[in-house]
Design a binder for this molecule. Structure first.
Ligand code: ZN
Length: 163
């Protein structure tokens, strides 16, 4: 682990919080080059009507615009949750140097949990990987969000029964 990993993961957690505030599953991502933010994203497929609007994709898109290059060389992407297949694929296409993620996604993670897209030996680009940074805080944000949603649904059902 690098010294600044926790710092940037905290930044990504702040972005995940924005997704929460917009009613989206709270995942945040920040793309860093030479200690400078070049891309930020938070999950917002619902609000954007866009199935590809995951935090990582948003951060990579912004980074491409900042660098004016579709190759995002010498960058590190920090994400609060292990990426899905789509996002892991985008990381390979964009040639990021390093991925640091927080919580594991045992159901659909594509950086080693369900699949290992990034570590596949046939891939033409290898992304350095570091996982588990602030994993508890990252996982807690997701579990708190889903608990809140379950409670909201329960309260709604009760209100409907009483109505
Ligand atoms: Zn994704």
């Amino acid at each position: 682990m690098k010294q600044q990993d926790e710092y940037w993961m905290r930044h990504a957690l702040g972005l995940a919080r924005r997704a929460w505030e917009q009613g989206e599953v709270p995942v945040g991502a920040v793309l860093v080059q030479n200690d400078r933010v070049i891309g930020e994203g938070w999950n917002r497929p619902i609000g954007q009507h866009d199935p590809t609007a995951h935090a990582e994709i948003m951060a990579l898109r912004q980074g491409g615009k900042v660098l004016e290059n579709y190759r995002l060389l010498d960058t590190t992407l920090y994400v609060t949750l292990e990426p899905c297949v789509m996002c892991a694929g985008a990381m390979v296409h964009s040639r990021i140097t390093r991925l640091v993620y927080g919580a594991h996604d045992v159901k659909s993670g594509a950086a080693g949990s369900l699949l290992d897209v990034l570590g596949h030996p046939g891939m033409n680009h290898q992304v350095e990987l570091h996982s588990g940074v602030l994993a508890e805080a990252c996982a807690a944000m997701l579990s708190d969000f889903f608990r809140m949603r379950r409670e909201q649904k329960k309260a709604l059902r009760q209100a409907q029964r009483q109505g």
